[in-house]
Structures are given as C-alpha cells and as structure tokens.
Design a protein. Structure first.
Length: 127
C-alpha cells in the first residue's frame, strides 16, 4: 500500500462527494431543469437527500483521511462504495420504468464505483 496514493485517491473521492453533495443539496432544481414535469414532483427532495448523503459520506471520508487510520478510512470508503454500487443498481433496474434516465443515472454513478474499488483495493494491498 502506498499511503500517499491512498490518501490522494481518498481525497479525490471525498472532494467529488462534498462537491456533489453541496450542489445537489443546495440546488436540486438546476439538475432537473431539462425535465419540467419531473421538477414539479418529489424529485427535488429526492436529489436533495442524495446530496445530503454524499455530503455526509464525503465529510466522513475527509475526516478519516485526517485521522490517518486505515481502518477508519476503509470503513468510509466501503460506505461510499456500497452507496454508489446501489445507485448504479437502482439506475439499471429502473430502465424498464423510466428508460434512458435510468441508464444515465447508472452511468453517472459507475465511475465512482470504479474509483471506490480502486481505493479500497489499495488499502488492502500489502505493498
């Protein structure tokens, strides 16, 4: 395990989460402006809660990076991985009912799953 690489990967993951959390939590309507019918539904609340979740996991990951304990960092990275993995699964599963929006949803979260796996794998690596 290269501690500097793990730290940098975790910081990047945390930064994306905090940024997404702030953006979605503060202004979910901006992300729904292309779909006026959805913007007037419960979707703004749903996006806001997703943003709050990402903000919380991002801040937890930042805190774990600062604490310096691999076990704490692993827990937060795994929490993010589970969250992102379930987002991809939910998006993919919803393609039958909502079509392209489900595919887009899954595709947006998929890169985070890859980065999460990379970071968790680096923590397990003995070198």
């Amino acid at each position: 395990m290269n501690p500097r690489r793990v730290r940098n990967a975790a910081l990047a993951i945390a930064a994306v989460r905090v940024g997404a959390g702030v953006a979605l939590g503060a202004s979910p309507g901006r992300f729904l402006r292309w779909e006026p019918s959805v913007a007037r539904s419960s979707m703004p609340l749903t996006l806001r809660t997703v943003g709050i979740r990402d903000l919380a996991v991002g801040l937890g990951t930042l805190s774990a990076v600062r604490s310096g304990t691999p076990q704490d960092l692993r827990r937060w990275l795994l929490a993010g991985l589970v969250s992102d993995g379930l987002d991809v699964a939910a998006g993919a599963a919803s393609t039958r009912s909502i079509g392209v929006r489900g595919v887009i949803s899954a595709a947006m979260a998929a890169p985070m799953v890859c980065i999460d796996i990379y970071a968790v794998t680096m923590l397990r690596s003995p070198t």
